[in-house]
Design a binder for this molecule. Structure first.
Ligand code: NAP
Length: 453
């Protein structure tokens, strides 16, 4: 590419994967247009990271540097697949990078999974974080006992939000509506249940430690769950799983604690798989099968023992991993829930599709922390830049032409400067009530705020 005709790249999605790709492409003098379905950018950082984890959100400052680069534009409130297709993007861009994340959840595939009172972590997290598409969800928190299925960091987020006091959440950017609903919650016991043992739990020590520091909730662990089989001991001692060792130390400490009379309990349980949710109109009980572990160290899996316990509960939060959603016209691996790709080059029948790339969770699946996406995006961008000289040039290398097309379709595109106006309005609303921001939870509200000075 020449200075007068830089490489033009469309990035689909404005979460961490998208922004790390943008940063690497801008450093290589490409022009980057980032498409985002919502008026607000930052994807998972805004709508996935827990409201009581502001430090993790501070990564936005880095993404803002890319967003303010003269060769970058945000086309917010523009959904690829609805407002413009991937195929159409190819008319205006030399390359397209898919960065749409993992927007739905994995299913358990058990009877009663869809009963009222059974929720996905995806929808609960998106709801309390103010995602406009999830504000119509109603979470019935009027029961005594809630079950969280899964033991990843998302399950920990859900369990923590359910057991924190209103005071602990009041100065976060949780939505006013969610804070009110949580203030009225009658839940006294949350049981976070894993199908394997403490050594195999997917949560990380920093996140687990927080569960032992809640203001009005005891973290409870049964010491019997911490007795390890030989293979689990080998995972700690031979394979040296460092996070697992730290987790086990913390769990041992929780198990030794005396209950302090706090008004809530967070019980961390192992070796159980959900088999069925029952209750007629709504969840009233869950059947859990006790598991044993089988397999070599490093590859142990849960095997049902046949012993079933019936646990009374009024709410179940399924947190067993996210899943990518197919994009029209893009080859998709249904089993893995990712776009078919080889190191970020999208493939069809094992052959790279020229000019089409993927980064982040839609490329590799929902794993790793936010920073993991930096190396992930770097790999994809490296391949894109290597391919660039051989890519056929797009027919209409013009941002104005894209904007004209979108305008003709009635799309109200939100630019990055307009987002900053919305952002400032949210921060001002928050300051009035002692919060870092009060998010707009409605697209029309955001669109009105973008032009208000
Ligand atoms: P995850 O880490 O993959 O955890 C999924 C959990 O679901 C595991 O405990 C898994 O158990 C369990 N599971 C899967 N299928 C199951 C089934 N059929 N029945 C019972 N349990 C089942 O996923 P995640 O919690 O959604 O997190 C996604 C990524 O985001 C992770 O990399 C996570 O670390 C990251 N994240 C980080 C933070 C943070 O840094 N604070 C916060 C949130 C998320 P098995 O191990 O037995 O499969």
């Amino acid at each position: 590419m020449t200075a007068s005709r830089p490489l033009r790249v469309a990035i689909v999605g404005s979460g961490p994967g998208g922004f790390y790709a943008a940063e690497a492409l801008l450093a290589a003098s490409a022009e980057v247009d980032m498409f985002e379905a919502l008026p607000a950018p930052f994807g998972l950082v805004r709508y996935g990271v827990a409201p009581d984890h502001p430090k993790i959100k501070s990564i936005i400052a880095r993404y803002q540097k890319s967003a303010e680069h003269p060769s970058f534009a945000l086309l917010g409130n523009t959904e690829v697949g609805r407002d413009i297709s991937v195929e159409e993007l190819r008319r205006y861009y030399d390359a397209v990078v898919l960065a749409s994340g993992a927007q739905t959840d994995r299913r358990l595939g058990i009877p009663g999974e869809d009963l009222p009172g059974s929720y996905t972590a995806t929808e609960f997290v998106a709801w309390y974080n103010g995602h406009p598409a999830y504000q119509d969800r109603v979470f019935d928190l009027s029961c005594e006992c809630a079950i969280v299925i899964g033991q990843g960091n998302v399950a920990v987020d859900v369990a923590r939000i359910l057991t924190k006091t209103t005071d602990e959440l009041a100065d976060t950017d949780i939505t006013a509506r969610a804070l009110q609903a949580l203030a009225e919650s009658k839940i006294r016991e949350v049981r976070m249940v894993g199908r394997r043992g403490p050594v195999q739990a997917a949560f990380t020590p920093v996140e687990l430690k927080e569960l032992g520091e809640l203001a009005d909730c005891d973290a409870v662990v049964d010491a019997a769950d911490l007795v390890l089989n030989d293979a689990s001991r080998a995972e700690l001692e031979v394979l040296k799983w460092r996070d697992a060792k730290k987790n086990c130390d913390l769990l041992t400490e929780f198990a030794a604690r005396k209950t302090s009379g706090r008004s809530r309990r967070l019980v961390i349980e192992f070796y159980q798989s959900p088999k069925e949710l029952r209750g007629g109109d709504a969840v009233k009980e869950i059947l859990m099968e006790r598991n044993l572990l089988a397999g070599e160290p490093g590859a142990q899996r849960a095997v049902g023992s046949g012993r079933i316990d019936v646990v009374a509960c009024g709410a179940v939060f399924r947190s067993v991993g996210y899943r990518g959603v197919p994009i029209a016209g893009v080859p998709f691996d249904e089993k893995a829930g990712v776009v078919l790709n080889l190191e970020g080059r999208v493939t069809r029948d094992a052959v790279a599709v020229p000019g089409l790339y993927a980064v982040g969770w839609i490329k590799r699946g929902p794993s790793g922390v936010i920073g993991t996406n930096k190396a992930d995006a770097a790999e994809t961008v490296k391949h894109l830049l290597a391919d660039a000289p051989a890519l056929s040039r797009c027919a209409e290398p013009s941002r104005d032409a894209v904007l004209e097309l979108l305008e003709s379709r009635g799309v109200r595109v939100v630019s990055y400067p307009q987002w900053r106006t919305i952002d400032a309005a949210e921060v001002a609303r928050g300051a009035a009530v002692g919060k870092p921001r009060e998010k707009f939870v409605d697209v029309d509200e955001m669109l009105s705020a973008r032009t208000r000075a």
